[in-house]
Design a protein around this ligand. Sequence first.
Ligand SMILES: Cc1cc2nc3c(=O)[nH]c(=O)nc-3n(C[C@H](O)[C@H](O)[C@H](O)COP(=O)(O)OP(=O)(O)OC[C@H]3O[C@@H](n4cnc5c(N)ncnc54)[C@H](O)[C@@H]3O)c2cc1C
Ligand code: FES
Length: 288
Amino acid sequence: MTQQPFASAPFRVGTSKPIATADHIPAEESLCPVVSHDWINSEYKHLIVDASPKALDVKPGQFFNLLCPSPDEGELWLRRPQSVYRIDRERGRIEFLYKCVGRGTYGLATLERGDALNMVGPLGVGFSVDPAWKHIVVLGRGVGLATMAPISQLASEAGIGVTAILSARSPAFVMTNDLFAKVGNVISVLDSDGTSAVENVEAILQALIAQGHADAFFTCGSNRLFQLMKRLGKAHGIPGQVAMEQVMACGLGPCYVCVRTFEVNGKKELRRVCIEGPVFDLQEAVGW
Ligand SMILES: Cc1cc2nc3c(=O)[nH]c(=O)nc-3n(C[C@H](O)[C@H](O)[C@H](O)COP(=O)(O)OP(=O)(O)OC[C@H]3O[C@@H](n4cnc5c(N)ncnc54)[C@H](O)[C@@H]3O)c2cc1C
Ligand code: FES
């Protein structure tokens, strides 16, 4: 039997034919035409690309390692990880929501409609939901909101209600409320009016627990909010998941750049965020 190549060239969305024998490999390198790429406030961009069938299999909480163009004359080494923000399977598109913070993301920001984004993925372990849950609580801050957004898709597909507590500096940085509003309640807490204080968020979480609206906790983007959810989850026996963000190199497991400490049954364990995460059990994660 003739062997098909394992991986010889990136999958070009719109022109390449899927290789049937590569079905067992969950991730691939693909070249994805940019459909739109807009600033949504002074720091964040929303990127939509046409994606390959394999990329469209991405699960909420998984990520792609993006080859960002250089923003200047210098070389740009290593890919940059970005979680999927929205999966539009009907139109065959994947969306990212990202904050411009350094050379990689400023380089990414230069891509224009019609350019090709080179991405590797889907990578890592995503979120999971238990169909027995009736209502979950999602708590995110900053870029963490982009990672949490597709939980609204996952929950709605499983018929689970969501309360999303979105923490941000000011109203301009609460970007994902429309996605969550489709499947549940959105509570914005802001630095600008003081409502993002941990004591206030704790009072909101305690009220949701008392109403029986907290079958599980999900969080990303803030260490102090993670610590709060972990404490309340432990006290009330509520299961939870946290998406960790960690500087990465390969994104595939061999380089060990992304190792973090976890605590399992009282013992410290080292795990790679790229391949054993980025989503972990809330009680096993130690924070950052
Ligand atoms: C699994 C995963 C999913 C992510 N999803 C998103 C997302 O959906 N949207 C988004 O805006 N960002 C996301 N990030 C963060 C994103 O990868 C970094 O912002 C990006 O790599 C920075 O690259 P840079 O070259 O622009 O900045 P750099 O010049 O490399 O760094 C600028 C600043 O960003 C910090 N930084 C660099 N890499 C990371 C990292 N991997 N995680 C956290 N902080 C970092 C640096 O410490 C520094 O303070 C994600 C990170 C991970 C690991
Ligand atoms: S980034 Fe290389 S092992 Fe995780």
